[in-house]
Structure formats: structure tokens, C-alpha cells
Design a protein around this ligand. Sequence first.
Ligand code: BDR
Ligand code: CA
Length: 303
Amino acid sequence: MKPVILDVDTGIDDALAIAYALNSPEIKIIGLTTCFGNGPVEYTTRNTLVVLEQLGKSVPVYSGADKPLSRPPKKFPTHVHGEDGLGNRVEKPPVREAESEGAVDYIINQVKQRPHEITIIAVGPLTNLALAVQKEPEIVSLVKEVVIMGGAVFVGGNTTPYSEANIFADPHAAECVFSSGLPVTIVGLDVTMKTLLPNAILADWRAAGREVSDFFADITSFYIQAYETFHPGIGGCALHDPLAVGVVIDPSFVKKETWNVKVVLEGEEMGRTVALSEGEQKIQICTQVEADRFLNHFLDRLF
Ligand code: BDR
Ligand code: CA
């Protein structure tokens, strides 16, 4: 069982990724770290605890970065994830609280205590990971693997024509992580826009008549309605963050290419992830996905 730290900005597809990860025996989520992104970090931390409560799980949660490294914070995507970050479905505060240790120190301490063992899956802005590398560069050679949901390398963006939301939220953090020497796999829009959850599935979740499946049907319905406004007729939503978890569970879901990747840090193309043929070729970019096989696996595991 691979020990995994899951770094989230919960967020509706983050919630789906958490459920998938916690119900997959191949990996063990030892801690969840939170970042600003789909809402302020106070919301994403609370939402993570709310999701865990729905799932009946008590994994520790460590609160992290509240702002990007250098760029001014961008507006939170309430039109995609709701005012509360979970489709306006947060009805009461969670019973549990986040741990007193912060996300950055937690990442550093776990990686140092378990050299070459820890996989980090990061599905929000890369700020926590960048801060950890800046504070303790030694961790770069001690992390087993980093799999991120972020970027749009050979396709267009979803926040600007060039940039994917997680990278756009903190491009300097992404550049820091990609140039650090960490063994990074990019699960970007190149593949995540091919893994669509069909709207029709929500009827099955509701038919199950369980509180947890109703909760996930409600939040996912909000997300699908947002998708329909950007992509009329799409009939579902992209499983961005769950696919990053899927790639750790079963790397054969995707095909990868190795490139040098740079992030555009200013101007109209800020946040663009560019694959370069010069320079050190170390970043694995997912370029193809077996979408149906992944979707079936995700659905079998979700609740
Ligand atoms: C990414 O941005 C966030 O809104 C989602 O949670 C996902 O991590 C998709 O671009
Ligand atoms: Ca996310």
C-alpha cells in the first residue's frame, strides 16, 4: 500500500478525488493538506473535513497556504464550485478540526521520516509543495513521486485560453516545483478533459438512498451545470482531480511523454505550461488516457 499525501483545494472534483482515494486499497492516504484555490483556505480546509465526515473517515487534515507565492490572488471560482466551494451544500460546520501542524511542515516531516516512500498527489495550486521545497530543499531527493493535476500542455486552458486553473492560481509555485528536480507527473487538461462523468450516473447515486451518495450527487450536479454553461451539450463534467489519483493507483490508465516543462510567469500567457525539447527532460506529461476503463474503475470505488 503506497503511503500518499493528498494536497487539495476542496472543491467538488477534489471531493470526488478524496472519496476515490480513500476507498482504494492500493494507496493509503496518511494525511490531507489544504491550499487556497477553489475557495479561501479556511473554506477548502472546512470542506475537506466535511467531505471526510460524509465518508465516515478520520484522516488528519493540515491547513496550508492562503495565497500565491508572488502573483496577486485571483478571484475564487464560485461559478464552478459554489459560494462555499462545495456547490452550496455545506449545511453545518464539521465536528473535527484541522491539526495544529501546518501543511508545509507536515509534508517536510513526513518525507524526511519516510525517505523514498511518500507519494504526493497535488490537485490544487502547487503553493504548499513549493513552500516545502523552498524551506527544505533536501526533500526533493527523498520524495518517491509527485503526481499533479494541473496544466494544459498540448491543449488550450480552462481559465484563460492558455492556462489551466491550478497553474494560473500560482504559476510561480508551479515553476518552482517543475524546476526543482522533483519526479513530477503532470495530469493536465490534455487527459482530464477526456475523462467525463456522465450526468446520468447521478440518478444511480440518488437511487442508492444513502446520505453520502445524495451528498455527492448534489455537489456533482452543481459542477455539471457549470460545465454545461461552458460546454453546452457536454452532458457531464471532467474528472480532473480523480484522474490524478487514478494514475497513482494504476499508471497504465495513461500514456506519458518525458519533457522539460516551463511555466509562463507574466503577460497574456501567464500560467501556460510549455513543453521544451531543450534543457533537462524530467517531467512526465500524460498525453493519452483509457477513459472508459478509468471511469469504470472510479465508479466501482467511489462509495
Ligand atoms: C482544476 O481546477 C480546480 O477548479 C479543480 O478542482 C481542478 O483541480 C481543474 O482545472
Ligand atoms: Ca482541485
